[in-house]
Design a binder for this molecule. Structure first.
Ligand code: PEP
Ligand code: MN
Length: 338
């Protein structure tokens, strides 16, 4: 961290600052310039807050050199992390994983049929929401525990590991017992208590990007989970809010190489929530694979017109199978399997 002090900063103030940094175990180098004095701080500055330092009237500027995240940082962990979800490996040069399933579990028959379709198409895992974060309190809120039970039965029948969204730490035990990959949804990306709660277990966590969050905020959300002990975090880009109205959100594919450069964790893409339109899912899926994504999570429904949520962005099983067929060809070009 570099701190620029105004020239008129009295010696007493300089000494006080040096002492406060040294008491935190930081190494302080002071450079006297003609117009400014500059402090160079070396050591673990993660606990320092730039804004607080800036509150000092003699401080002109504060620049952080190192990223504020440590556990997720590739700098301290150069090799790719490969996350194991019930035997399926995600990340590194492993097979690109495809997760398919409805936005919401609507009943045992529905999820069983879709699970079999996802499996037949070549999907690796089954998604299905039982606790739904809906914009309106009057919209379908999910089947709750019954929905999780339906998912468990579908896993038993097909062997597909299951992915579902956890909205509250109250249900953590239920998810630890039954769900293979715990999704933290976009709306909860900065629910820090929930992040800490999933940080204290060792089940893999699928961390979606918030609707309007920067990449650094997203990595810091992963850091919340990892700093509590759980290193099994997978990022999921699901589109961000922009001024654009022709799509539900704007798919930011540049995050794939950025996340891979900055962190050692895997990243998958959700083209369903990113676009809101089933017609865009195939092309965005292929682009995501080409960009280096470690997987896809796609909403699949056998009767999208009648889906209880997100039908417009759900693929029919045969279209889902087509995405996997074409995706395999793209994966081959970049030297991966799918
Ligand atoms: C979902 O996966 O159904 C969902 C609600 O996702 P997001 O949190 O990305 O909106
Ligand atoms: Mn959905």
């Amino acid at each position: 961290m570099i701190i620029t002090l105004k020239k008129q900063a009295p010696q007493q103030e300089i000494d006080k600052l040096i002492q406060s940094f040294e008491s935190r175990g930081l190494q302080v180098t002071l450079i006297h310039g003609d117009n400014y004095n500059v402090f160079g701080l070396v050591g673990d500055t993660a606990g320092l807050d730039e804004k607080t330092i800036q509150a000092n009237p003699f401080v002109e500027d504060v620049t952080r050199i190192a990223a504020p995240y440590k556990k997720a940082n590739r700098l301290f962990h150069p090799q790719d992390s490969v996350i194991d979800v019930a035997g399926i490996k995600i990340g590194g040069n492993e097979k690109i994983v495809v997760i398919g399933g409805p936005c919401s579990v609507e009943g045992q028959t529905q999820i069983m049929e879709i699970a079999q379709d996802v499996k037949a198409a070549g999907g690796d895992m089954l998604r299905g929401g039982a606790y739904k974060p809906r914009t309106s309190p009057y919209a379908f809120q999910g089947m709750g525990t019954e929905g999780i039970t339906c998912m468990v039965n579908a896993r038993e029948k097909t062997g597909l590991p299951i992915v579902s969204e956890l909205m509250s730490a109250n249900k953590l035990d239920e998810f630890v017992e039954h769900v293979d990959l715990i999704q933290i949804g976009a709306r909860n990306m900065q629910n820090f208590d929930l992040l800490k709660a999933v940080g204290r277990i060792d089940k893999p966590v699928l961390l979606k990007r918030g609707l309007a969050n920067t990449i650094e905020e997203w990595i810091m959300a992963a850091e919340y989970i990892m700093s509590e002990g759980n290193q099994n975090v997978i990022f999921c880009e699901r589109g961000i809010r922009t001024f654009e109205k022709y799509t539900r959100n704007t798919l930011d594919l540049s995050v794939v190489p950025i996340i891979k450069e900055k962190t050692h964790l895997p990243i998958i893409i959700d083209p369903s929530h990113a676009t809101g339109d089933w017609k865009l899912i195939e092309s965005m899926s292929l682009a995501a694979i080409a960009a280096g994504a470690d997987g896809l999570i796609i909403e699949v429904h056998n009767n999208p017109e009648c889906a209880w949520s997100d039908g417009a962005q759900s693929l029919k099983p045969e279209r889902f199978a087509e995405v996997i067929r074409k995706g395999r060809a793209i994966a081959h070009v970049i030297g991966r399997e799918m």
